[in-house]
Write a protein that binds this ligand. Structure first.
Ligand code: AMP
Length: 512
């Protein structure tokens, strides 16, 4: 695997590549839900002026610029200001409380902290206590001290920023323990954007509905960088709304979403073949897309959702093909220049096809390590340099990757391994079941007990004994759940991921 292929590109960093590949500078780039529009040139100059404002506040190459702001084109420009100015962007989820923000500021030691004006009062002290003395504000409609202070400045660009320099630190969502900052370089993001432009066949004619948050890799990098590096444009929405997206479909060519987008669209009566005819590509990722959702969407629209697999530390690793078989339940084939293997979780020796094990990745997309955490970095890389994703899965004879769950969600009961997804798929297929989540709970005899939390379909009534009776003939005894809990909805985060740690906490005392 060559990590030097990029040398042939001639571009020294992500910003240079965006200018080179981005096409016509006066092309429309963003059309926002509040009526504002930006050309590439306007966006680029704004990013340059923001970079100048950060430099004026004393930030130098490599300094971190933290931001906890609402979604806006300006929030994206703050990242591109870092790409142009040689700084390192640190986006923070808008849901983080001041106590959580305090942890990130102390850990990353940013020079500038960008906050929404509404949160300034409560975060000023937190920033000062973390020794971050430059607080700037930015709202979601083009207002704030960052705008005021940058208005009269000339755009700034750091000339010495290279392919291997850091451009962002993204903290992993960290459902167990403290979150860790994944250090991403210009080359990590640029190589991935190029791989996606190629694989998904993006051209300047493309128009993306951008309805994802921009504090997470999916909306901040995957969606935006692919469009920036292909010369296309974006219909930019501050949040996902099914009615709004339905209205935009005839004007767009692509939607990138989390699985929840698709389940919501499926609930919309206007979703038909004709309504989606202008779209050439529906992409799903960040959480598993149920095979059932894939099939239902296909039946209603005639379009096969393209599922792909990625993570904060690596950006995108694998994707179903643009032309070719998009398999429900699989995340497809490794992207160009990226290698994916399934290995023994302990020895890291590659396993034969169709065998479940740890998914490991290598390529120009793989991050530079965890910020100020060499121990954790060493733990998550193998001796031969592969990143251990923490996802379990297998690879088919013809190279398709299927994810069977997170290693930390694996249930070990009486010494036997139970892959939650295997049990979930059986339960999901039962009549009246909308979805399910299998978790392991502390148990005196077994160590962990397989337990399932199910959500009924609208109007359906589910019964614990009936569910167990239906799956008993199909499962080895040790895989059979000891209890079934019925709930209205599973807890999910903004990216649509089921929060199994939260479920484990809620039901912790079940067998105690
Ligand atoms: P994050 O770092 O927040 O993007 O989360 C990355 C994790 O999301 C991965 O390690 C996977 O566990 C999960 N994930 C991402 N895409 C998929 C997918 N298509 N199917 C199943 N899990 C996924």
């Amino acid at each position: 695997m060559s990590n030097t292929w990029h040398r042939g590109l001639g571009a020294k960093n992500l910003a240079a590549l965006a200018v080179e590949k981005g096409g016509e500078q006066n092309r429309p780039l963003f059309e926002c839900d509040d009526g504002r529009e930006f050309t590439f040139r306007e966006f680029w100059d704004m990013a340059g002026r923001f970079a100048a404002a950060f430099a004026k506040a004393g930030a130098v190459r490599g300094d971190r610029i933290a931001a906890q702001v609402d979604k806006s084109v300006e929030a994206l420009a703050a990242f591109w200001a870092c790409a142009r100015g040689g700084f390192v962007f640190l986006p923070l989820n808008t849901a983080y409380t001041p106590a959580e923000v305090s942890y990130f500021l102390n850990d990353a030691a940013p020079h500038v902290f960008l906050v929404s004006p509404a949160k300034r009062a409560e975060l000023e002290g937190v920033a000062r206590a973390a020794n971050c003395l430059h607080l700037l504000t930015l709202d979601d409609r083009g207002g704030g001290t960052l705008i005021e202070q940058s208005q009269k400045l000339d755009p700034f660009e750091h000339q010495g920023t290279g392919w291997d320099d850091l451009v962002a630190i993204l903290y992993t969502s960290g459902t167990t323990g403290r979150s860790k900052g994944a250090m991403l370089s210009h080359g990590n993001l640029a190589s991935n954007a190029l791989a996606l432009v190629e694989t998904w066949e993006f051209t300047p004619d493309d128009c993306l509905i951008h309805a994802l948050p921009v504090y997470h890799t999916h909306g901040l990098f995957t969606a935006t960088n692919t469009l920036l590096l292909s010369g296309g444009r974006m219909l930019f929405r501050r949040k996902f709304d099914a009615d709004d997206v339905m209205r935009l479909l005839p004007r767009a060519t692509c939607l990138m979403g989390v699985p929840t987008f698709y389940t919501r669209l499926l609930q919309h009566p206007a979703l038909t073949r004709a309504a989606t005819a202008h779209i050439r590509l529906f992409v799903s990722g960040s959480a598993p897309l149920l095979a059932e959702t894939h099939r239902a969407f296909s039946e209603r629209t005639g379009q096969a959702i393209l599922e792909r697999y990625g993570m904060t530390e690596t950006s995108m690793n694998a994707s179903n093909p643009y032309s070719g078989d998009r398999r429900p339940g699989s995340v497809g084939l490794p992207l160009p220049h990226i290698s994916v293997r399934v290995a023994d979780p302990v020895t890291h020796v590659a396993l034969p096809v169709e065998t479940d094990g740890m998914i490991e990745v290598s390529g120009p997309n793989v991050f530079k390590g965890y910020w100020r955490n060499p121990e954790k970095t060493a733990e998550d890389f193998t001796q031969d340099g592969w990143f251990v994703t923490g996802d379990l899965g297998r690879i088919s004879e013809d190279g398709y990757v299927t994810i069977s769950g997170r290693a930390k969600d694996l249930v070990i009961t009486g010494g036997f391994n139970v892959y939650p997804k295997e049990v979930e798929e059986l339960i999901d297929a039962l009549p009246g079941v909308a979805e399910s989540a299998v978790i392991g709970l502390p148990h005196g005899d077994f160590g962990e007990a397989v337990t399932v939390v199910v959500v009924p379909e609208q109007g359906a009534v589910l019964d614990e004994a009936a569910i167990l009776a239906a799956i008993r003939p199909k499962l080895a005894g040790f895989k059979l759940p000891k209890r079934v809990f019925v709930v209205d909805a599973l807890p999910r985060n903004a990216m649509g991921k089921v929060q199994k740690a939260e479920l484990r906490r809620s039901y912790a005392s079940t067998y105690q």
